[in-house]
Design a protein around this ligand. Structure first.
Ligand SMILES: *[C@@H]1O[C@H](CO)[C@@H](O)[C@H](O)[C@H]1NC(C)=O
Ligand SMILES: *[C@@H]1O[C@H](CO)[C@@H](O)[C@H](O)[C@H]1NC(C)=O
Ligand SMILES: *[C@@H]1O[C@H](CO)[C@@H](O)[C@H](O)[C@H]1NC(C)=O
Ligand SMILES: *[C@@H]1O[C@H](CO)[C@@H](O)[C@H](O)[C@H]1NC(C)=O
Ligand SMILES: *[C@@H]1O[C@H](CO)[C@@H](O)[C@H](O)[C@H]1NC(C)=O
Ligand SMILES: *[C@@H]1O[C@H](CO)[C@@H](O)[C@H](O)[C@H]1NC(C)=O
Ligand SMILES: *[C@@H]1O[C@H](CO)[C@@H](O)[C@H](O)[C@H]1NC(C)=O
Ligand SMILES: *[C@@H]1O[C@H](CO)[C@@H](O)[C@H](O)[C@H]1NC(C)=O
Ligand SMILES: *[C@@H]1O[C@H](CO)[C@@H](O)[C@H](O)[C@H]1NC(C)=O
Ligand SMILES: CC(=O)N[C@H]1CO[C@H](CO)[C@@H](O)[C@@H]1O
Length: 881
């Protein structure tokens, strides 16, 4: 979501809401520019699949008692800054049902006090640890619950990380869909087990900040279109969303961008066909903030909730609200569609047991002021009251945050300098990235600056730090606990002092610790000319010069990087005076403690890089589109690389990276041996067939428009969105000059008869055809700790699918093992049918090809010493299809 609003959204012609003409763009070689997205109607009605059955029964019983206005209230936000959370749906006062509170972010509670600032997604991904994925989710969910939030606007898995410079990659996990899929699955489970709804976002192909809303530059008439083919959609971008749906995510947020020239929040192919039909999503889709561009069309295309509810921030008008009441009354939105929206919203509410997880005075904080007293309706400046209760929700979560930060730290180089002993004669620390922001850890709104140590990126995906332990203070405390000497220069440009201090440290066999960073964030804040997306992949604050100044004098230089993603290290990584390199990611509030744990060997590094580090920017083969390329029309971002992003591209193009995906060192060493593959008998894959039941409706709609007027003596709050009508005339109430004119909405959108299920869908459970998750093979291997200290190794299982269009290898599973010196652990990982399948466009289904498949096991995407064939089809092995 964003803060900035662009007025052009309001001016968009409703014609944009119409579906694009049908075209099948699903062959990888077809041109992508001006691609279109096929219409898919009607919008699937939720049915209570799998473990959603009970939640649906409760939701249906609840919705049965609702009036049209009450149903509309559930679906529409009350407007930007009209209530205390970043998103607030309407209340149902008659039933004592409180407005849903939706709050950023994927790493903690945005705008709240006395809450934790967790590690970013990219750092938790680097732990490759399912337990930590879950625990972090659970702890974040607990904090949201204790503040009285219903929906956490996270986790983020879009952007996936198509381009290294993409501004919001760090909010998510990894450009690898399997690593991201496993991480999002556990995170959603964790968040929702704590009793709140997870909102997985941003759906989909939201891979850059530039032009995501059409502006800047403001002359553009439409937002960027991510153009991609069907195979790329399924095998790459949709893959982790399937895992999120399978985990039961209660909400999904549609994104700002267009996909194949149709806005994500009104793209029937994305919402109706892929998410709700193929993946069987049972929860609700809500719009990113001002990502809705139409009323009726978005409803028919599957959107269930609009946020923050107004057409543009505080316009006082809405595509839904009164317009949805009107659209149901004039028959352009069928009642069953509105009922489905309401049922989906309430089903998610029951699914995570919101009724059993309420707190007093919720929400107990205001996003719009930190003061105890303030306006409940901040924009209108009305109802001055207590808005902040300052509830401390942090519990013992700092322990988990420190653990994630340390376990997500990746040791990239070590010639023996690490771990430090604590007995160094002189410890020196360099760089502003080691120290505190001079304005304080929360001194820049939404972390929109790069001052001091970097512990999260910027934008709406942030939280306030309750405190931030800096590297310098933690290292100083550690050094002094050994009665050692420590000095620092935190001015990145004080070269005279830097060189002098480095020289002294080198001279006495001390150590020089250099800290540098690279930042990125959301496009509504521009930091040092970076409009969200990074302009380059080099270190900020002249980090390369800083490092070289130190290395020129100090032959024991340890470089610590806090970065949002890959940076170019080519200038200095091979310098023999650089004795170690550490990627410390975006660690969150326990930054300093975690780096001390690693530097001094209290924690043996075991993290692995969740993205590739290239020698040159061009090596990635994918780029942010920085300049509009389609006149005033939607910029066309053609994903011509298909599924070949990150390591898949490097492997295909035969480019050697500096640090490959999955790479990370330890203070000990590991050896791999003895791969075994066990095939499991399984039933042949059965494409799903059959039909749904017909669309249910709950309660009758009274067509007397006078029943929907504002109640007598109703006091309206300025710019607030209500479901009521101003007049008994529907067209007058809408006030839309285009009201009723000449729009032919897709006829299929009104079809409430039983609908065909799709082959890759399921009648049993959300997440797609359940047989995709059958385990076909279990791969085992031995991993021996051949060094002297206990350590963690992330053993990784890759697969070669064998076809001419397949990547050399794709990650499919992994496990983080703790192994004592001299001991051998057994790595054991399953491969499911999906893991071995390709998306087949003609069949619209996953198929296991006849190409020879191989399992590879090792310590990174390029260190795969073990391999074994996966015999599909022969003997007792499963049938390929
Ligand atoms: C894409 O559409 C725009 C606007 O209609 C048009 O100007 C442009 O020529 C088209 N590009 C291609 C490659 O078809
Ligand atoms: C709809 O929500 C608004 C704002 O929360 C509330 O004032 C109004 O009473 C609600 N209307 C109905 C019919 O529940
Ligand atoms: C209804 O929607 C249109 C845009 O489609 C908008 O111009 C109008 O102001 C809306 N009406 C209300 C009452 O919000
Ligand atoms: C109300 O009007 C809609 C649209 O014209 C129509 O489909 C529906 O049957 C009507 N309902 C009743 C109860 O008359
Ligand atoms: C602090 O941040 C501001 C805003 O981005 C920037 O102008 C300034 O140069 C920064 N100062 C330092 C010392 O990094
Ligand atoms: C890269 O961007 C950073 C941040 O804006 C800037 O400090 C640095 O000078 C840029 N590097 C190059 C080589 O332009
Ligand atoms: C390494 O450090 C020594 C000082 O210990 C210095 O003389 C030498 O020039 C440095 N080498 C490089 C490549 O920077
Ligand atoms: C650095 O140089 C000093 C002095 O020549 C030497 O004693 C020491 O072993 C060197 N350290 C490293 C890490 O190479
Ligand atoms: C019905 O109402 C919606 C919402 O105000 C409006 O956009 C649409 O044009 C109307 N359609 C008809 C046929 O009256
Ligand atoms: C000793 C040393 O390397 N000093 C350099 C530090 O960086 C500045 C700026 O590039 C150079 O001018 C110094 O020579």
């Amino acid at each position: 979501m964003l803060l900035l609003h662009s007025a052009l959204l309001a001016a968009l012609p409703l014609a944009l809401a119409q579906t694009a003409p049908f075209a099948n763009t699903s062959t990888p070689d077809s041109p992508l520019t001006n691609a279109t997205s096929p219409p898919k109607y009607p919008s699937p009605w939720g049915s209570g699949l799998g473990d959603w059955a009970e939640a649906y029964q409760k939701a249906e019983a609840f919705v049965k008692q609702l009036t049209l206005l009450e149903k509309v209230n559930l679906t529409t936000g009350v407007g930007w800054e009209s209530e205390k959370c970043v998103g607030n749906a309407g209340n149902l006062p008659r039933l004592g049902f409180k407005s849903l509170c939706l709050q950023d972010s994927p790493l903690g509670i945005r705008f709240a006090d006395f809450a934790s600032a967790f590690s970013s997604g990219v750092t938790v991904a680097a732990t490759w640890d399912r337990k930590l994925f879950y625990q972090r989710g659970y702890d974040m969910g607990t904090e949201h619950k204790l503040k009285g939030i219903d929906v956490q606007l996270g986790p983020a898995i879009g952007p996936l990380g198509r381009t290294a410079a993409g501004g919001r990659n760090w909010e998510g996990f990894s450009p690898d869909p399997s690593l991201t899929g496993i991480a999002v699955y556990e995170t959603v489970k964790g968040i929702q087990d704590a009793g709140i709804i997870a909102c997985t976002k941003h759906y989909i192909a939201n891979e850059q900040e530039h032009f995501r809303q059409g502006s800047p530059p403001s002359y553009l008439t439409a937002a960027i279109s991510s153009n991609l083919d069907d195979v790329t959609m399924h095998e790459l971008y949709l893959w982790p969303f399937a895992d999120a749906v399978r985990a039961g995510t209660g909400a999904v947020m549609c994104s700002y961008n267009q996909v194949n020239n149709s806005y994500a929040c009104q793209n029937s192919y994305l919402q109706n066909y892929l998410l709700k039909n193929e993946l069987g999503f049972q929860g609700f889709i809500l719009s990113d903030w001002s990502a809705q561009h139409s009323g009726v069309s978005s409803a028919l295309a599957g959107l269930d909730m609009t946020m923050p509810g107004d057409v543009s921030f505080d316009s006082g008008t809405s595509y839904w609200g009164p317009n949805l009441t009107i659209a149901v009354l004039n028959g352009t939105v069928p009642q069953w569609r509105l009922d489905d929206m309401a049922v989906r919203i309430l089903a998610s509410w029951y699914y995570v047991d919101r009724p059993g997880n309420q707190v007093e005075n919720s929400p107990t904080f205001s996003s719009w002021t930190q003061d105890t007293f303030g306006f409940q309706h901040a924009y209108a400046e009305e109802r001055y009251t207590q808005v902040n209760y300052h509830v401390d929700v942090q519990r013992e979560h700092y322990l988990g945050i420190r653990e994630v930060a340390a376990k997500g730290t990746v040791l990239l180089k070590n010639t023996g300098a690490l771990p430090l002993t604590g007995k160094e004669k002189l410890t020196t620390v360099f760089g502003s990235d080691a120290a505190e922001n001079q304005y304080g850890p929360n001194g820049c709104a939404d972390r929109g600056c790069d001052n001091g140590t970097l512990a999260m990126g910027w934008g709406s995906g942030t939280a306030n730090f309750p405190y931030l332990i800096t590297p310098l203070e933690a290292i100083k405390a550690e050094v002094r606990s050994n009665r050692g000497n420590i000095e620092s220069v935190i001015d990145d440009y004080a070269y005279t002092q830097i060189a002098a201090l480095a020289r002294r440290a080198g001279d006495v066999d001390g150590v020089c610790l250099v800290f540098a960073n690279s930042d990125a964030g959301e496009g509504y804040i521009v930091v040092d000319g970076n409009e969200g997306d990074r302009n380059n992949l080099t270190l900020w604050h002249n980090g390369d010069t800083l490092i070289q100044n130190v290395t020129s004098q100090c032959n024991n230089t340890v470089v610590v990087l806090h970065t949002v993603g890959a940076v170019l290290v080519d200038e200095w990584y091979e310098n023999p005076n650089v004795t170690a390199i550490i990627w410390a990611g975006l660690p969150g509030q326990e930054s300093g403690n975690a780096i001390v744990d690693i530097l001094y060997g209290k924690e043996n590094p075991g993290g692995k890089t969740p993205f590739t580090w290239a020698a040159a920017r061009e090596d990635y083969g994918t780029e942010v589109l920085y300049e509009p390329n389609n006149g005033v029309n939607a910029p066309q971002d053609d994903f011509t690389e298909g599924i070949f992003i990150d390591y898949r591209h490097f492997d295909r193009a035969n480019i050697t990276p500096i640090y490959e995906f999955g790479f990370g060192l330890s203070y000990t060493t590991f050896e791999y041996s003895d791969i075994q593959v066990q095939a499991h008998p399984s039933k042949p894959y059965t494409p799903t067939s059959g039909r749904t039941s017909r669309a249910p409706t709950y309660g009758a709609i009274n067509n007397d428009t006078s029943a929907y007027l504002y109640p007598d003596n109703f006091t309206r709050i300025e710019a607030y969105i209500y479901p009521y009508l101003n007049f008994t005339s529907l067209s007058q109430s809408s006030g839309d000059p285009q009201y009723g004119i000449n729009y032919t909405f897709p006829a299929g959108g009104y079809d409430s008869s039983p609908q065909p299920l799709v082959p890759a869908g399921s009648k049993v459970s959300p997440g797609g055809n359940e047989a995709l998750y059958d385990v076909l093979f279990t791969v085992t291997a031995s991993v021996t700790n051949t060094g002297k200290v206990i350590g963690d190794e992330v053993a990784q299982l890759y697969v070669s699918l064998g076809g001419p269009n397949d990547p050399k290898v794709v990650l499919r599973n992994f496990d983080r093992l703790t192994i004592a010196p001299g001991e051998t652990a057994t790595f054991k990982a399953d491969l499911t049918r999906r893991d071995l399948s390709n998306w087949n466009t003609a069949a619209q289904d996953w198929l296991v090809s006849n190409y020879t498949k191989t399992a590879h096991v090792g310590s990174s995407s390029r260190k795969l010493p073990l391999s074994a064939p996966l015999n599909i089809g022969g003997g007792s092995s499963p049938s390929p299809y």
